[in-house]
Design a protein around this ligand. Structure first.
Ligand SMILES: C[S@@+](CC[C@H](N)C(=O)[O-])C[C@H]1O[C@@H](n2cnc3c(N)ncnc32)[C@H](O)[C@@H]1O
Length: 268
């Protein structure tokens, strides 16, 4: 797994993305719906975890979802069929080399993709070409630097930092959420609005304890155990203590906070 995990391709990562999507659908999607007959491009749809929410919230819009991974597209198709949605077409393709005509989409949606790209500005420029003037781009990304919890644990911060470092070495940026405004500004988008979306979890919210702390965040960090140790970023004991520290936050007195960033900007 290792690098594959960091890129979001392996089966366990796909299950994690699904857990994340179903846990966070209200927080991340409640204010995204597109008008009837509008043409929407979802770039980097993966296994379709967000596609289902997009299609449900905009049932009369026509969504084209693309991903560089053919196997993810195949999975996404199954998922959208199972959800009974009929307004999504899937295509495999690279964001940097898509075959759409300029200005062929009214709106673009991108979730948890820029964090994996070495050249997020170049990717945004490519996507901007496909957007009509006055159309919007919506981007959602996490930011691991926004993680804090009770009880605090130095080892847990070290394990999180392993994931950040591995993602950096793979060309990505796990702290990209805070950069959405500057990235969109650099590409020349107008009316950029960024809203931080905090997931606050304590034991009065057992679904979030399971769905977010355990199955989303801690699962992601646990997934980089071997690669972090192999890369010499951390020793086994510290890593395992860090994971214990994250699980400790799921107990009755524990608290966990993480902030996603959602940006909506318009093509001038
Ligand atoms: C972490 S997944 C996110 C998937 C989905 N958006 C979600 O939120 O569940 C990142 C996705 O970006 C895709 N991806 C990475 N680089 C890409 C590129 N250059 N062109 C298209 N898709 C790309 C990967 O294949 C992967 O499916």
């Amino acid at each position: 797994m290792n690098k594959q995990y960091v890129h979001g391709y392996d089966p366990r990562e796909n299950i994690r993305l699904q857990d994340q999507a179903s846990t966070l659908v209200e927080l991340l999607h409640s204010d995204t719906s597109y008008p009837p007959e509008s043409q929407i491009l979802e770039a980097g749809c993966g296994v379709g975890s967000q596609t289902v929410a997009l299609a449900h919230n905009s049932p009369l819009a026509q969504i084209t979802s693309v991903d560089i991974s053919e196997s993810s597209i195949a999975e996404a198709k199954k998922r959208i069929e199972a959800a009974g949605c009929t307004n999504v077409d899937f295509q495999s393709g690279d964001i940097f080399n898509l075959a759409f005509a300029p200005q062929s989409f009214d709106h673009i949606f991108v979730c948890f993709v820029l964090e994996h790209l070495a050249q997020p500005i170049a990717a945004l420029k490519c996507l901007n070409n496909f957007l009509k003037v006055g159309g919007t781009i919506t981007i959602i990304e996490g930011d691991h630097g926004s993680t804090y919890f009770y009880p605090d644990s130095e080892a847990a911060h070290k394990t999180i930092q392993c994931q950040v470092e591995l993602q950096k070495r793979a060309g990505g940026n796990a702290n990209i959420g805070r950069e959405l405004y500057p990235l969109l500004h650099a590409v020349g988008f107008g009316t950029i609005q960024v809203s931080p979306r905090m997931v606050y979890v304590d034991s009065s919210k057992p679904q979030l304890v399971e769905g977010f702390i355990k199955n989303t965040f801690t699962a992601m960090i646990e997934g980089v155990r071997e690669s972090s140790i192999e890369a010499g970023l951390i020793d086994e004991e510290t890593f395992d203590n860090g994971i214990q520290g994250l699980y400790r936050t799921t107990e009755t007195d524990g608290v966990f906070c993480y902030t996603f960033f959602k940006a909506v900007a318009m093509k001038k």
